[in-house]
Structures are given as structure tokens and as C-alpha cells.
Design a protein around this ligand. Structure first.
Ligand code: ATP
Ligand code: MG
Length: 422
């Protein structure tokens, strides 16, 4: 890389071929699976009013406190590149009154997110998420549908060793009691907590439960557990979900410390954790947020959602995907006249699928055959001056090395026949 060349902003992850082909395979599987369960795609703005995230994700969260790309535009409005998808989907749900159109709305999104974090393996400043949200369904059947669907996605992609961690955070009735209990517990251990947790303790004591700081981890080992203080409704909701997962034979671990780093969750929260990803081991996460739609100015609407980290999913799925398919035939012209003859055939063959290659630079036979070999094509179709004179092309089977002559007027037909046999 030369000194005066321009590079991406640090930590902004881009996807190049052939990796981009694999990304699309996985994205297609995700879309097919979700559309099968009645989800439809939302394509949303990447830039939002900063207030949206401050109000939804919560002021004392890592994302809002230190990870957002926030700046003023030319008319001094504070804007933020979206750090996650849920807030925007809820904003859109309210803005377009989607709840009035359908009683249940199932929406998914695919796209980049932006967080100012320290770039490392599995953690970038521009990364990508596959996510979905369901609005209007309070039942734990919805939680189960979504979690089992995610497990199906991992299965379809042959991703193994992903374990579901599950918790319930209760609701506005039972959480305050727990918060108070936890606050007193933390107060007694205040000096062992990191500065973030000390500062957030009053407003947001739950955050200390999933702080990564070793000394905080140790301090909360015997902390009160939220699942001990759930109200009856929350308890039934959670046990209803667990039963459905048990019946479907999906393995999971109840993890009472899983509180997630965002403020909007109620009841079910979850993460899918993978071995083999190192410290960045959460491949997907989400939960229920029954109050957020109303908190952002809409009607009270229960909701459940998740986001998958696309980069982390690709690290797990990458090499298990089917190899990329090769083009079927390399058209090999020797000289400009042969190139002119083969060009319309090339255009026609590729109309609906990648079938043929054709090089416009009039290279030697040897170099064109070498490239055809590298591309892994099944046949080459060679037209040189002799063939032009006779009105034929040489069709060479690259595996058997067998060669046949095809006459010009039957070229398209003959190739289509070979392609269909193959
Ligand atoms: P982590 O604990 O790894 O910071 P998180 O709780 O901040 O994750 P969420 O906000 O729940 O992550 O986002 C959902 C998923 O998006 C994560 O499980 C992860 O797979 C992915 N993700 C989050 N932040 C990043 C990032 N900076 N780079 C790449 N992927 C990310
Ligand atoms: Mg994070």
C-alpha cells in the first residue's frame, strides 16, 4: 500500500470476493428461513437522531456512553450512525403506524451497524447484523418460535457448538424489588466495583451483573438472582418458554446473570454463545421488550427480537459452506474475428446464470486454457482461424480431454444440451 493511498476508517469491516459470495449464501438462507416464518424486510435509515438511541438503549449503557458515532450535521442537529437495529425498527413501527395495519408485525433487517469500540477479532467499528423483531405478541410461544428458528438457522448452516443462554429480567412489577435488593448488595461491595459500575449503581445496578471486569465479576458471584424474585406472570411466562424449548429438545442454560447491556429488555433475554470465537463469543442476542414501543411514543405493544453478528456467524459458518460453483464453459477465441463470433453466444449463455467466461484481450491458446483450468470449467470451446474457415468450434471436455467439433449454427443448442446434462 503506497503512502498517498486512501484507506478505510479504522475498524470499518468490508467484505471482498470470494468472501462476499459466502456472505450472500448465508444472507439468502437467513432471508428464506425468516420469510418462511412470515417475516418481511425493512430497509431503514443508517443515520438517526441521536435522541432515539439515548432514549431507547439507555443513557448509562456502554453503547450510549462511549460507543456511538455521533456528530452534528450542517444545521447543527445531533445525528448518530445506528449502533444497533432495534431502536430504528421501533422508530419505524411508530412512525408508519405499522400496528394499525397488522395486529402482528414480523420484520427483519440486514445491514451495517457502527460502534466506536477497540477493533479486534470479531469486533469492528463497522460490523453487520442480521436481525428481526416481532410486534404485537405477548405469548411465550413467540419467544419459543424465534429461539427455535435461530437454532434452525445454525443447524442449516452446520454451525455446531452454539449454546443458548437464557434469563428472565422480570417486568415493571417485579424488577424494582430486585433492583433494590441488588443495590444494597452492591453498596456493601462498592469498593470492589469498577468505576463504571460504581457510577451506574444508583440508576442501573443490573449492569454490574454482566460487567466484564474481573473484580466486578468476583464481587457479584453471590449476588441475589432475579429469577428468585419474578412475579407470578413473569415466572409463568419463563417456565412456559422453557417447556416449549424442552419439548423441542433444544439445549439451553438458564443464566441468572445475563442482563444484556441495553435498558429496554423485559422478561426473556438470551444470547447464543459459541466456542471457538475467543473473547467475542456472542454470536446472537436479544429478548423481549414489552415497553419500548410505548416509551418511544407508540401504543403499548409487546415485542421480541434478536440480532446476529454477521461477521461472527461467518467465522463459524465460513468453511462449511458449499464451494463456489465454477462457470460451465470457457469460450476461447483466437483472434478478433473469433472473439466477434463468440461474443453474442457469451452474452446469451450468461443471461440467467453464470455459465460461460470469455476474455476480450485475445490471449494465446495456452494462457486461455490455463485460466480455464484454474476456473475449474467443465468444457472449453475453442475457435481459431482454421475453425473459422471450416465453420466449426472445438469443444474440449476438460476432464476426459475428449474433443468434438460443433458446427457454428448449432453451437448455442449443443452447449445448452451439455449444460442441462451436467
Ligand atoms: P458484545 O458482548 O460482544 O460486546 P453486545 O452485547 O454489545 O456484544 P449486541 O448489542 O447484543 O452485542 O449485538 C448483537 C450481536 O452483534 C452480538 O452478539 C455480536 O455477535 C454482534 N456484535 C456486537 N458488537 C459487535 C462489534 N463491535 N463487531 C462485530 N460484531 C458485533
Ligand atoms: Mg458490546
Amino acid at each position: 500500500m503506497k503512502k498517498n493511498q486512501i484507506k478505510t476508517v479504522k475498524g470499518f469491516n468490508e467484505v471482498l470476493p470470494p468472501e462476499s459470495f459466502r456472505w450472500r449464501l448465508v444472507e439468502d438462507k437467513f432471508r428464506d428461513l425468516l420469510e418462511g416464518y412470515g417475516f418481511a424486510e425493512l430497509r431503514l435509515a443508517l443515520l438517526e437522531p441521536t435522541e432515539l438511541f439515548a432514549r431507547s438503549i439507555g443513557g448509562e449503557t456502554d453503547i450510549v456512553e462511549k460507543e456511538m458515532y455521533t456528530f452534528s450535521d450542517r444545521s447543527d442537529r445531533s445525528l448518530t450512525l445506528r449502533p444497533e437495529g432495534t431502536a430504528s425498527v421501533v422508530r419505524a413501527f411508530n412512525q408508519y403506524s405499522l400496528g394499525k395495519i397488522n395486529e402482528i408485525n414480523k420484520l427483519y433487517y440486514v445491514g451495517p451497524m457502527f460502534r466506536y469500540e477497540r477493533p479486534q477479532k470479531g469486533r469492528y467499528r463497522q460490523f453487520h447484523q442480521l436481525g428481526a423483531e416481532v410486534f404485537g405478541e405477548e405469548s411465550f410461544f413467540q419467544d419459543a418460535e424465534t429461539l427455535l428458528m435461530l437454532a434452525q438457522l445454525f443447524h442449516t448452516l452446520s454451525v455446531e457448538g452454539v449454546v443458548l443462554h437464557l434469563n428472565s429480567l422480570g417486568c415493571e412489577l417485579c424488577r424494582p424489588t430486585f433492583r433494590d435488593q441488588l443495590k444494597s448488595f452492591l453498596l456493601e461491595r462498592q469498593t470492589s466495583l469498577c468505576s463504571d459500575c460504581q457510577r451506574r449503581m444508583q440508576e442501573n445496578p443490573l449492569r454490574a451483573l454482566d460487567c466484564k471486569n474481573p473484580s466486578c465479576r468476583e464481587a457479584v458471584v453471590d449476588a441475589p438472582q432475579i429469577n428468585q424474585s419474578l412475579c407470578d406472570d413473569c415466572r409463568q411466562h419463563f417456565s412456559g418458554l422453557c417447556t416449549l424449548l424442552d419439548n423441542a429438545e433444544l439445549d439451553y442454560q438458564v443464566n441468572p446473570k445475563l442482563v444484556r447491556g441495553l435498558d429496554y429488555y423485559t422478561r426473556t433475554t438470551f444470547e447464543f454463545l459459541a466456542g471457538g470465537l475467543g473473547a467475542q463469543n456472542a454470536v446472537a442476542a436479544g429478548g423481549r421488550y414489552d415497553r419500548l414501543v410505548a416509551e418511544l411514543g407508540g401504543k403499548m405493544t409487546p415485542a421480541f427480537g434478536f440480532a446476529i453478528g454477521f461477521e461472527r456467524l461467518m467465522m463459524l459458518a465460513g468453511d462449511k459452506l458449499a464451494p463456489l460453483s465454477s462457470p460451465f464453459v470457457a469460450l476461447v477465441p483466437l483472434g478478433e474475428e473469433a472473439l466477434r463470433l463468440l461474443f453474442p453466444l457469451y452474452m446469451e449463455l450468461n443471461r440467467s446464470a453464470k455459465v460461460a467466461t470469455l476474455n476480450f484481450q485475445q490471449k494465446s491458446l495456452k494462457s486461455q486454457l490455463k485460466k480455464a483450468d484454474r476456473d475449474g470449467v467443465k468444457y472449453t470451446l475453442i475457435v481459431g482461424p482454421d475453425e473459422l474457415a471450416q465453420g466449426v468450434a472445438i469443444c474440449r471436455n476438460m476432464q476426459t480431454k475428449e474433443q468434438t467439433q460443433l458446427s457454428f449454427d448449432k453451437l448455442g443448442e449443443a452447449l445448452r444440451e451439455l449444460y442441462h446434462e451436467y
